[in-house]
Design a protein around this ligand. Structure first.
Ligand code: PSV
Ligand code: MN
Ligand code: MN
Length: 430
């Protein structure tokens, strides 16, 4: 029997904190009531919000310099699911897992689906990987995959993506996320137009293999591993490709995939407006694709993104149903702690965006009252919604303080005993 945190451990820690939480929740309820907001209604909306966990994120990540593995790390997919279930058990904000193939390719997808269901987990979009060669691969992705000049390489990459769709179907996943590192390191290395044409042709084959109720998410990234030009470098290229492919193709926004200071919330608004927002890979960034914990660097940006999302949801923007996933690399923390705190951070910015007085905001915008409009956003952003989030967790059977319960449980030490290293590095360095 593998160690799991008991319901009693959560219950007794919650009992110790319950009186303070009730006090704080009641105070927040009174505070927002003065603004005409019912906190319990917001609580129901926050309770319905979930963000998918990256299967690759529960292991320690790494950089191109080193990877410092921790004790008790997951050794395989079964261990990873168990860690994801623990995160969901404590936070109640992460009901699904996003798998990356072939890193986390199950030998029996139907069995994995059943195993996940037993743990209270489902599956969100699956991710393909044509940015690395796998052992025994007949041709190499060194110079690209879906846009490679050699048809044999493109065919291999297309076949892998179709394989991902089939696996995902068995798992009950709704979408395929495609990110390719294809591009060039030297001016002149690549004919931009020809490479984009080849990418579109490959993607059309993948698109044709989509089940009717599936989507394909195109993930752009400015640079890396291609340092001069990347085939899908920006949301413009992503939008063009998604538009060319058809209505089941949409654009996925990874927060770390833009130039510094890019107005990401405005990109989100544009994609929503044209029904092309697929969803997000949440993380945070200071310089590039840093894959830092969500909200750890620029929490206001995350809030502004949710401002756009809540605006879209409340006005019933057509086709608006974004997928939310974390995509982070944890190099100096316990990945379980980072993922819990990141999920709560994403949830926090969503909750705050729900507190924005939208009618007053529209009035201020119409009256060209710049500071008045900005002040309304800041009022919501400066509201401490911690008691709301804790109460939502408590009501759902989660922990008022997930990290405290996790630390007190000795989970990692137990896993260190249960999971002696099997050898070999786990994935997740990208
Ligand atoms: C690429 O940087 C990326 O953001 C893509 O989503 C990959 O699938 C993922 O990282 C791997 O961590
Ligand atoms: Mn990503
Ligand atoms: Mn990335």
């Amino acid at each position: 029997m593998s160690f799991r945190i008991s319901a009693d451990a959560i219950g007794s820690d919650n009992a110790r904190r319950a009186a303070f939480l009730e006090d704080d929740y009641a105070a927040l309820k009174r505070q927002v009531a003065r603004r005409g907001i019912d906190l319990d209604t917001i609580a129901d909306q926050v309770a319905a919000f979930g963000v998918a966990l990256p299967s690759w994120g529960v292991g320690t990540g790494g950089t191109r310099f080193a990877r410092f593995a921790g004790l008790g790390e997951p050794r395989g997919l079964d261990d990873k699911l168990e860690d994801c279930a623990t995160i969901q058990q404590l936070t109640r904000a992460t009901p699904t897992v996003s798998l990356h193939f072939p890193w986390d390719k199950p030998s029996d997808a139907a069995a994995l689906k059943a195993q996940a269901a037993d743990l209270g987990l489902g599956f969100d979009a699956v991710n393909s990987n044509t940015f690395q060669d796998q052992p025994g691969q007949p041709v190499s992705y060194k110079f690209g995959s879906l846009s490679h000049p050699d048809k044999a390489v493109r065919d291999l990459a297309v076949a892998h993506n179709i394989d991902c769709i089939r696996l995902g179907q068995t798992l009950g996943a709704p979408a395929l996320t495609v990110w390719v590192g294809d591009g060039a390191n030297f001016p002149g290395q690549q004919n931009f137009t020809a490479a984009f044409d080849r990418y579109l042709d490959s993607m059309a084959q993948i698109y044709a293999a989509l089940p009717a109720d599936w989507s394909v998410f195109i993930e752009h990234k400015l640079f890396e591993p291609a340092f001069y030009a990347t085939v899908i470098a920006d949301w413009g290229s992503s939008y063009l490709a998604a538009t060319e492919l058809g209505p089941q193709a949409k654009c996925l926004v990874d927060l770390g995939h833009h130039a510094p200071n890019t107005n990401i919330e405005m990109i989100v608004a544009r994609l929503v407006r044209f029904g092309k927002l697929a969803g997000f890979h949440f993380n945070d960034s200071k310089y590039g694709d840093d894959d830092l914990d969500s909200g750890s660097i620029n929490p206001f940006q995350l809030f502004l993104i949710f401002n756009e999302l809540v605006d879209a949801a409340q006005r019933g923007a057509p086709g608006f149903a974004p997928a939310y996933m974390l995509d982070q690399s944890h190099n100096v923390t316990d990945p379980i702690e980072s993922l819990m705190s990141s999920a709560m951070e994403v949830q926090r910015r969503y909750a705050q965006a729900l507190l924005i007085d939208r009618a007053a905001l529209t009035d201020a915008q119409t009256a060209c009252d710049a500071l008045g409009a900005h002040t309304l956003l800041k009022q919501a952003f400066n509201t401490d919604v911690s008691p709301l989030l804790a109460e939502v967790r408590r009501r759902a059977g989660g922990a008022i303080d997930p990290i405290a319960v996790y630390r007190a449980s000795g989970y990692r030490a137990e896993k260190a005993k249960e999971r002696p290293p099997r050898g070999g590095a786990s994935a997740g360095i990208v």
